[in-house]
Design a protein. Structure first.
Length: 280
């Protein structure tokens, strides 16, 4: 059997990941002079509360040593590991995974994928890998299925401000200028592993604009759609559900997923978005 490993920036809750048969290795959040394991030692809302009060938070990638330990553990019970991670342009995590596989001398049994995404899209790809493994596919077939899904999925996010992404170096100063107008929200998407601010829209039009973008892209194609949200704002989440239901998208499988502590430290409170993957 092949083990599926991803990192905590997929934002699957550890309990959900366990039920899905997906292994998670955590990044770290550095806050108030403490180093905390993403999703394990800290809850997402704790990060947002800290940031709203004026505090700062930084993050650290998974270490080479942590990867070596996890790979060794998985290879004692599995024939191989497909290891898919946050974009290498956003974190050193995938490079540390590659170094760990090389140091273990197990590059033939460990297939590492830079997914070029994070958060909901990364969770979607981890579930694709899980489904491929469950269908009895071999390691190279699982990896190919993940890459095909990566090329098919599309996600957009809207942030309240680009300041957090600019401060952490995840977006350039010129891009950050797109978010500097009162009453508008920037819309971002992944572009070859980078986060790019594509446009800006009025605050109350952000959800409809992103859903319209997905409708233009996918039409009536059956989709798996994920609503991603920073924080447990039930009213906002329900509004996003309603907007998705009325969007005209052919949603065959829908999920709501919280953005985790590491992702939250970079995007800030008030972020939300949608991820869509064609089915079939």
């Amino acid at each position: 059997m092949i083990a599926v490993l991803t990192d905590s920036t997929c934002d699957l809750h550890p309990d959900s990941a366990q039920q899905l048969g997906i292994n998670i290795i955590p990044l770290q959040v550095n806050m108030q002079e403490r180093t905390l394991l993403d999703w394990q030692d800290i809850d997402p809302d704790a990060v947002y509360d800290h940031m709203r009060s004026g505090g700062s938070a930084s993050t650290s990638p998974v270490t080479v040593a942590a990867f070596m330990e996890k790979y060794w553990e998985l290879l004692t019970t599995h024939e191989a590991v497909v290891s898919l991670h946050i974009s290498g342009k956003l974190s050193d995590t995938v490079r540390h995974a590659q170094a760990a596989a090389q140091q273990l001398g197990e590059t033939g049994r460990i297939h590492i994928i830079d997914t070029e995404v994070a958060s909901g899209p990364l969770a979607e790809l981890a579930m694709v890998a899980r489904d491929q493994v469950s269908a009895g596919q071999e390691l190279h077939q699982v990896a190919r299925g993940v890459l095909e899904a990566r090329n098919s999925l599309y996600a957009e996010f809207s942030v309240a401000t680009l300041d957090y992404l600019r401060r952490s170096g995840r977006i350039g100063r010129a891009q950050a200028l797109l978010g500097g107008v009162l009453g508008v929200r920037p819309i971002l998407a992944f572009d070859r592993g980078e986060l790019k601010a594509n446009r800006r829209v009025k605050v109350d039009q952000a959800a409809g604009d992103m859903l319209g973008s997905l409708k233009d892209r996918f039409g009536t194609t059956p989709l798996s759609v994920t609503i991603m949200h920073a924080g447990r704002d039930t009213g906002r989440i329900n509004a996003l559900r309603t907007a998705m239901a009325g969007s005209g998208l052919n949603v065959q499988r829908g999920r709501v997923q919280l953005m985790g502590p590491v992702i939250g430290a970079h995007v800030g409170p008030g972020t939300f978005g949608f991820n869509a993957l064609p089915l079939g």
